[in-house]
Design a protein around this ligand. Structure first.
Ligand SMILES: [Zn+2]
Length: 286
């Protein structure tokens, strides 16, 4: 799978808005980014065998470090920890877990389309459902995953100008053209050429996604009645601020809690003391 991998990145962005879209775009392709680097370094192996599948000529005969189940889980955990360390946003562990899941989604989607070349560990017990041998079905899967995830993202945001209105959909269509070229165009001249092309594509896609993300704004809470899309603490300050005082008041979670306690204290303290006194009175009677 190629552009279909970006579906989970858009879906994850809709779920957890504090994570930059470019991070998720790199996360869903991290396994392939590492594969490209490892191929160029000669650590993993690929050769061009025209006709080995109906849609692409890659014989991925040795990639234990990136595309084994164990390897993918390792990179997913690594992605989670790295995001947790470097993120300055709230809810780092939740966001880190989502980034890790995005990394691992690569292996799951690859499992659908690859011929049996995905090892469980090392270079043995290889799996792959082989949908690359059914071009129409494989291409339809790419479309469904890409635009399914993009739909969730577009629904959770709103355009901020003309670029924001059409840019992301045009981006998706351009990615599909690239996908069609990979499936139906001429084969790459070598394994290294395939790795270099993949690496450049992933860098460009992540940059364009980041650029287009800036052209869309988050939707208001009223358009997300279940609160699923606004669970970030980064969304809370305005809400806390508008309820507790000035609309421009920006508070983080603990600060907002302390203000809330201060505001409620005059009301709740006498009531609490009263209840204690009442209990003491009743205790005295026994
Ligand atoms: Zn892959």
């Amino acid at each position: 799978m190629f552009v279909g991998h970006y579906g989970p990145s858009f879906a994850a962005k809709a779920l957890k808005r504090s994570i930059p879209l470019w991070v998720l775009c790199v996360a869903v392709q991290l396994v392939d980014v590492l594969w490209s680097i490892f191929v160029l370094l000669g650590i993993e192996k690929v050769r061009i065998v025209p006709g080995i599948t109906a849609t692409n000529p890659l014989d991925l005969y040795y990639m234990p470090y990136t595309h084994s189940l164990v390897g993918s889980l390792f990179w997913a955990i690594a992605g989670m920890i790295v995001y947790r360390i470097f993120s300055r946003k709230p809810n780092k562990w939740v966001a880190g877990c989502i980034v890790g899941a995005a990394v691992f989604s690569h292996w799951i989607l690859d499992l659908l389309v690859h011929r049996p070349d995905l090892p469980l560990y090392d270079n043995v017990h290889k799996l792959g459902l082989g949908l690359w041998n059914y071009p129409a079905l494989a291409f339809a899967l790419e479309v469904v995953f890409l635009f399914g995830g993009m739909y969730l993202y577009l629904r959770s945001t709103k355009p901020a100008g003309c670029g924001g209105r059409y840019g992301m959909v045009i981006f998706g269509l351009v990615m599909l053209v690239v996908q069609a070229f990979v499936f139906f165009g001429p084969p790459p001249s070598s394994g290294n050429a395939a790795a270099l092309t993949a690496l450049a594509s992933y860098a460009v896609f992540a940059w364009v996604a980041h650029w287009l993300e800036g052209k869309r704004a988050q939707r208001s809470r009223t358009q997300d009645p279940y609160g699923l899309l606004h669970s970030d603490a980064s969304r809370r300050p305005a809400r806390w601020g508008s309820r507790l005082g000035s609309k421009n008041e920006v508070l983080n979670g603990p600060a907002a809690c302390s203000v809330l306690v201060c505001r409620l204290a005059p009301i709740s303290a006498p009531a609490f003391l009263g209840s204690q006194v009442g209990l003491a009175d009743r205790a005295d009677r026994f």
